[in-house]
Ligand binder design. Sequence first.
Ligand SMILES: Cc1ncc(COP(=O)(O)O)c(C=O)c1O
Length: 393
Amino acid sequence: MNQTPLDWIEVELRELDAIGLRRRLATRTSSQAATITIDGRELINFGSNDYLGLAAEGVSDAVIEAIRTRGWGSGASSLVTGRGLLHAELETALAEFEATEAALLFPSGFAANVGAITSLAGKGDVIFSDAKNHASIIDGCRLSGARVQIYPHCDLDYLRMMLPQASAFRRRLIVTDGLFSMDGDLAPLCDLAALAEQYHAMLMVDEAHATGVFGDNGRGTVEHWGVEDSVHVRVGTLSKAAGSIGGFVAGSRLLIEWIANRARPYVFSTAPPEAIAAAGLAALTHIREEPHRRTELLSRAEKLRRRLIALGCDTGESASQIIPIIIGEPEATMRFTASLRESGLFVPGIRPPTVPDGESLLRISLSYAHTEAMLDALVEAIAGLLGAGEVNH
Ligand SMILES: Cc1ncc(COP(=O)(O)O)c(C=O)c1O
C-alpha cells in the first residue's frame, strides 16, 4: 500500500463524517437572490446575508461601469501603488456615512478585524473578547500576541470583575460583535461603553451584520444604542447588507492612519479591484436613500420571530433579521435542514465549530427580497415538520 504524508486527512474526514460535522461544497448554479438553485434544485434562500436584497441587482451596473473605466486588477497594495480614485472616494463616503473622521477599505471584513485588532493590541496588552465573537475577531486576538480574556457571552458582571485587574496591562481593548452572527442578538453596547470609559479601555465593535440594517441612518448597533461617540473602532463589511464584498474600519483620522501603517492584511495584500469600491459606493446610496428596506426588514423579522415562537421554536435572544432555531445536536439539526430542503427551502444548519457543542441551530437569515409568500412557506414547512414529529427540537 502506498502511503503519503497526507493520509491522515482521509482518516480525520471520516471522523468528521461519523459525528455529523463533515461539510461538503455544493454548487449554486443560479445567481444569488431570494431563490437559488443548488445542485439542480430551486430553493427559497434563507441562507444569505444579503439583508437588503442588493446583491442581485443593486450594485451590478456600477461595477460594470467601473470595470469599463478603471479596469479590473489593482496590481499591488494601496501603500505601494496608491489607492485608486474609487477606493479613495469610497473611503470618504464610508467616513461620511459612519460620521467618523476617516475610514479604511480592506479586501474583506475578516481582514479588517484581524488587521484592526493586531494593530491595536500586542505584547503587554490585554483584550477582552466576547465568547461568541466572530472567528475573524478570535483569530485577530490570537495573532495579536496580547493576553486574551474571553468573557462569557454578554456577561457584564464578568467584565466588571475582570477589568479592575487589568490596570497592570499597558493597554486594554474590549471587542465585541454589535449583532451576533449566529444568535441574532445585540451586544449591550451602552454598558460596554460605560465600562470602557471607566477602565480607560479601547472599545471596538464589529458591525458586520448590522451595517445598513440597524440605526436610523443604517450605521449599525452603535447608532441604534446611541453610543457612536464612545466606540473608538468600528468595523463593517460590504459583503452582507451592502450586497458586495470588502470590509472597512472607521474611526478617528489618527486611528485610521495607524491601522493603514500597521495592519498586515492591509499592508501586505493587494487592494481590491476599484470596481469593488464602485459597488460599495452604489450600496451606500441605496442604504442612504432607501431606509424602508431596513425598517421593513426588521418589522418582518419581528413578525416571523413571533410566528416561530408560537410554533414552539426556541429563537434564543434574537432581536434582528438573523433568527436561529436552536436545535442542539448536529445530527438533528442537519435532519431538519434536509427536511426543509425537501420542502423547497434552504435554511442552513449551523454546527460546531461555528457554534459551541450542543448549540447547533438552523439559521434563518431574512432579506428585504423575501416575499410574504416565501415567509408563509417557511412557517408552514416548519409547522408541518414539528407537527409530524419528523424532527424534534
Ligand atoms: C461578525 C462577522 N464579522 C466579520 C465577518 C467577516 O466578513 P467578510 O465576510 O466580509 O469577510 C463575518 C462574516 O461572516 C461576520 O459574521
